[in-house]
Design a protein around this ligand. Structure first.
Ligand code: 1HE
Length: 279
């Protein structure tokens, strides 16, 4: 029996979280064990992200319960997210536009660089700011109904929610330019093949898959997960010499943690799983 005790049960029911997270009216946030499930909850407007929703997302991610080990984001209704709420920007000044974009950056940084890994479950429209949000999460699970578009070109605007920094890192500048210049829409199968999603599952099975992945992730040592979500993307942006030095520091820090010592001892004393081929 492993000496590592973590509550990663997903058989327990998801229950509404309490406190500040319960007050975010455009989000529905529930928790089961180590997993927090956050649903964008504005289905009448296809989960279009208003300023209020962006602020609520930010608030949620800087107030996650300490017991959270993984967050799963999904969208209520027939689409993941229709992107920016266009009704709020039509009369915006240039200055307001900059502040508006920076609001998104702050919220999405709280998602990507928050305390725990985040998985998004994608179905229906994943467009504009919705794709920017998906690109901010650490893993993406798509259902066959998912489709990806960046209609900014047609709307006369530009990405403002970190898409120009995050989406090319998934699919390259060339594909993103195609999407923005021509309005090209990728379906779920294309999205999977070009790296927009990590997993493509059957319709209606996205959440189940995400919870299954979340359960595995939650059973890792928290510091390893933190290193993977925080150090890895930063090291990947560094020149190799600097990156390798930071890698040495991060690996020594992770290795020095009590959780690592326990896990290595579990393996050496034949209590831990071996690495096996998945079917
Ligand atoms: C919206 C929005 C929105 C829907 N802002 N209200 N995003 C876009 O350009 C995508 C625009 N939306 C669409 O293309 C379609 O709505 C969908 C493909 C997403 C869904 O179609 P459908 O047929 O299921 O719904 P619908 O009938 O078009 O929309 C239902 C309602 O949601 C309707 O409002 P209602 O009051 O008439 O019922 C729509 O107006 C409303 N709605 N999408 C505002 N986006 C930080 S920069 C990010 C830049 C961007 O994100 S640009 C991309 C913006």
């Amino acid at each position: 029996m492993s000496s590592i005790q973590v509550d990663t049960s997903i058989t327990a029911e998801f229950r509404p979280v309490q406190g500040v997270l319960a007050q975010q009216s455009l989000l529905c946030i529930e928790q089961s064990g180590a997993i927090v499930h956050l649903r964008l909850n504005r289905p009448g407007k296809r989960n279009a992200m208003s300023n209020t929703m962006i602020r609520q997302l930010h608030t949620a991610f800087i107030n996650l319960p300490p017991s959270a080990r993984v967050v799963v984001i999904s969208g209520e209704g027939s689409h993941f997210c229709a992107g920016l709420d266009l009704s709020e920007v039509s009369e915006q000044s240039v200055t307001d536009g900059i502040h508006h974009s920076r609001l998104w950056h702050a919220a999405f940084d709280a998602v990507q660089f928050g305390p725990v890994p985040v998985i998004s479950v994608l179905h229906g429209a994943v467009v504009g700011g919705g794709l920017e949000l998906a690109a901010t999460t650490h893993l993406r699970v798509a259902e066959p109904s998912a489709y990806y578009g960046l209609p900014e070109g047609q709307r006369g605007i530009f990405v403002g929610g970190s898409g120009s920094a995050r989406i090319p890192r998934l699919i390259g500048v060339s594909r993103m330019s195609d999407m923005m210049l021509t309005g090209r829409v990728f379906d779920a199968v294309e999205g999977q093949s070009i790296g927009l999603s990590n997993y493509l599952v059957r319709e209606g099975e996205g959440l189940f898959k995400a919870f299954e992945l979340a359960t595995k992730i939650a059973s890792n040592a928290p510091l390893s997960n933190y290193a993977i979500t925080q150090a890895l993307p930063r090291i990947a942006e560094m020149a190799p010499a600097e990156g390798l030095f930071v890698e040495s520091l991060m690996s020594a820090i992770a290795q020095g943690d009590e959780a690592a010592k326990l896990r290595v001892r579990d393996f050496l004393e034949k209590r831990a799983n071996k690495v096996e081929k998945t079917s």
